[in-house]
Design a protein around this ligand. Structure first.
Ligand code: ADP
Length: 231
């Protein structure tokens, strides 16, 4: 389980996260929503250790992560798919995927079949360069690469942003499959209310560096969402 208590972080003089409290329960999909610029990506980077936790605690499976460097957090089982699908365009799909295994503690060096099966398009483009893939396919590649390291917690920062509807649907299917398997916890930044309502076990809405609304999709109604996402 992931538990953040009163987490603060930011850039230089500016404090972006102003006391974030958040929990991600085992095997659940927890969605993080909020208007542009409220601090969602800052929270993901802080969780991954790319930004320093200035105050508060980040507990993951009983361990305090707040002062650990990013590589140690990855070894502790945290996977991260940043916004903008950072794949290697000059490397083949296969080589990109194999890089995901570098972080794996299993010692396995063959890309896991079960992950590849979730993304049939990648299997069909295995020998092509990453740069030949469409934006949506690159997003799937980044997602698959993160899954290959068998994370206990996966941080997904707007995986559906700017992607064609059919691939958004593919990504939704993978998230629902992972949720059904129940072996991985997911923290998902997502702007689409429909997507979130269909995938989330629990939802947080953030504004100006704090959580302003939270609950299960059943607890929250559309008018609450719309109010908190628009003010
Ligand atoms: P969101 O993901 O919710 O759109 P961000 O976490 O990207 O929001 O940004 C939160 C705030 O931090 C914004 O005011 C943004 O301008 C600022 N910010 C983001 N990245 C940087 C950076 N590298 N340096 C300084 N300020 C930044």
């Amino acid at each position: 389980m992931l538990r953040l208590q009163n987490v603060e972080s930011g850039y230089g003089e500016s404090r972006v996260l102003r006391g974030v409290n958040l929990e991600v329960l085992p095997g659940q999909v927890t969605c993080l929503m909020g208007r542009n610029g409220v601090g969602k990506t800052t929270l993901m980077k802080t969780l991954m250790g790319l930004l320093r936790t200035r105050a508060g605690s980040v507990h993951w499976n009983g361990r305090e992560l707040a002062s650990l460097e990013p590589a140690k957090r990855a070894k502790a089982g945290i996977g991260y798919v940043p916004q903008g699908r950072e794949i290697f365009p000059q490397l083949t799909v296969k080589e990109n995927l194999l890089l995901g295994l570098e972080m794996s503690m299993s010692g396995v060096r063959t890309f896991p079949e079960d992950v590849l099966e979730m993304f049939p398009v990648l299997a069909s483009m295995y020998g092509r360069q990453g740069g030949d893939l469409s934006g949506g396919q690159q997003q799937q590649l980044a997602f698959a690469r993160a899954l290959a390291s068998r994370p206990g917690l996966l941080l997904l920062d707007e995986p559906t942003e700017g992607i064609q509807p059919s691939i958004v649907e593919d990504i939704r299917r993978v998230i629902l499959k992972l949720k059904a398997q129940g072996t991985i916890s997911i923290l998902l930044v997502e702007q689409s209310i429909d997507f979130v309502r269909s995938a989330a076990d629990y939802i947080y809405v953030m504004d100006k560096g704090v959580m302003t609304l939270q609950g299960t999709p059943h607890d929250l109604d559309m008018s609450q969402f719309e109010y908190h996402l628009s003010v």
